[in-house]
Write a protein that binds this ligand. Structure first.
Ligand code: PLP
Ligand code: ZN
Length: 467
């Protein structure tokens, strides 16, 4: 098979450096246990001489591979034969300038851009990766695929399994931690949904054991093929900017698959001579779930040429265990205390001169209200990017005039509970906000309750009219 010669799997640990065929189903290096990358012999891949050549794909929209916002860049993730690709038209996403958000961040109008990944078929950026993992599952003949999830990964895997009919789907979720929008997707798309009495970190541990024992294809972001698909978020951003590189890319950090894949995409483009400079990367943690922030900004954890100080990381996890502290944030998609792609994220931060920040749930929900009022909206975790950009501006790290792209990872409808709690603020939902330290709702758009009586209704309409 042509493409199986170009692509291979390589251990992230530079001392080990083992390579494996892409026909092997692995989630870890079988020699040393470290994470794996999908890597390529670029000299044998058919990479275009200029990124502009990808624009020609817009005229081939009847070809599903060119319609897909992931696979129209297939020469930059050349691991799959065309006829094996599993696509449902993912990646039709948009980069939009938001002046409301720019003002909120104290940045000049026109310089803050929002990448709406919620526009994907299952409503989150996860589809970019799941189309690639589903393709690899098909290439390796998988009959069943599984993941642990805070909600969006399971929704995404379930939609790919359901629509393709190629494999059965098992999803593991922590109990009581998953929003109804996301849970409803896994159930509706027909996935076997296992609710574990525990949190995401527990579900993650269990799914790896189950997949190993049962020979089920694992689709969490330890799966290196998923990250290949997620690289295309970067390609689409560059395409929207006329192939100019922005100054900053700001992304929420959970399991750190996205930040890792962004770093890989950008360093490959640079290596291939397709871009000349790199943006800076900002990864934003929720304050209640800030492992990367703690390790990178406070304890000095670094990529260090592939020689990551594992003892430093293990020490931090031992402290977490000893304290019994669990990740806690309203931004459930980033409520993760042991991010599986930690080392790859350290590499991305190294490549892109990155920074990591933490933002409170108050800052997240305020930013979310600004995003919603001036654009398509997003779920709470996504708004961490804008809250982070605002923080970076306030501390002077982002300078006025720099072009800032914030990734909005999930659709507004994914988690209506948090949104309605913020805006409508009934007693019950206010309690939940208070529990997460959200005491103020300065940007709340309150519903107006009126009697079923025309004069009173008119008074409400006139009082509320802007103009
Ligand atoms: C998965 C997810 C994240 C976290 O992304 P990672 O790649 O795990 O860091 C953030 N926001 C949303 C909406 C998600 O679904
Ligand atoms: Zn290894």
């Amino acid at each position: 098979m042509r493409s199986s010669e170009i692509a291979f799997q390589r251990c992230l640990n530079t001392t080990c450096g083992s390579t494996f065929s892409i026909s092997e189903v692995l989630t870890r290096c079988s020699r040393c246990g470290d994470l794996l990358d999908v890597d390529y012999d670029w000299s044998r891949a058919r990479v275009p001489g200029s990124l502009r050549e990808f624009e020609a794909r817009w005229s081939e929209r009847l070809n599903p591979l060119s319609y897909s916002g992931v696979w129209r860049f297939r020469e930059l993730l050349p691991f799959a034969p065309d006829e094996q690709i599993v696509t449902i038209g993912e990646g039709q996403t948009q980069l939009k300038s938001s002046n409301a958000v720019a003002r909120y961040c104290d940045l000049p109008e026109g310089t803050v851009l929002l990448q709406y990944e919620g526009l994907n078929p299952s409503g989150s950026f996860k589809d970019n990766g799941m189309t690639a993992a589903s393709t690899h599952a098909r290439m390796t003949g998988a009959k069943q695929a599984a993941c642990a999830s805070t909600g969006n990964t399971s929704a995404s895997l379930a939609i790919y399994g359901g629509t393709s009919g190629l494999f059965g789907v098992v999803v593991f979720v922590g109990s009581g931690k998953i929003s109804y929008g996301k849970l409803s997707q896994a159930l509706d798309y027909g996935a076997l949904t296992v609710q574990i009495r525990g949190d995401f970190d527990d579900a993650m541990r269990q799914v790896q054991a189950v997949c190993q024992r049962e020979g089920i294809y694992l689709c969490n972001s330890v799966n290196p093929f998923r990250l290949e698909g997620q690289k295309t978020i970067i390609y689409r951003i560059l395409e929207s900017l006329g192939w100019e590189v922005p100054d900053w890319i700001v992304v929420p950090g959970g399991n750190l698959g996205n930040s890792s894949s962004f770093g890989k995409a950008l360093s490959e483009l640079k290596q291939l001579g397709l871009i000349q400079k790199l943006p800076r990367l900002a990864v934003i943690n929720a304050a209640g779930s800030d492992t990367l922030y703690e390790l990178y900004e406070r304890r000095g954890s670094r990529w260090n040429g592939g020689q990551v100080d594992q003892a430093l990381i293990d020490g931090f996890y031992a402290e977490l265990d000893a304290s019994g502290k669990r990740a806690e944030t309203l931004a459930t998609a980033i409520q993760i205390s042991r991010p599986v792609n930690l080392k790859k994220a350290l590499r991305a931060l190294d490549v892109c001169d990155g920074v990591v920040r933490r933002v409170t749930d108050q800052e997240i929900l305020d930013a979310k209200a600004q995003i919603g009022a001036g654009g398509f909206g997003c779920e709470p975790a996504s708004a961490a990017s804008v809250a982070g950009a605002r923080l970076l501006r306030r501390e002077g790290t982002i300078a006025p005039g720099e072009r800032v792209v914030c990734i909005l990872t999930g659709h507004q409808l994914k988690d209506p509970t948090a949104t309605v709690a913020y805006h409508a603020g009934d007693a019950h939902s206010r309690d939940d906000l208070l529990k997460h330290g959200v005491e103020r709702t300065p940007f709340a758009n309150r519903p107006v309750a009126v009697a079923n009586e025309i004069e009173e209704i008119l008074r409400a309409v006139r009082a509320g009219s802007v103009g």
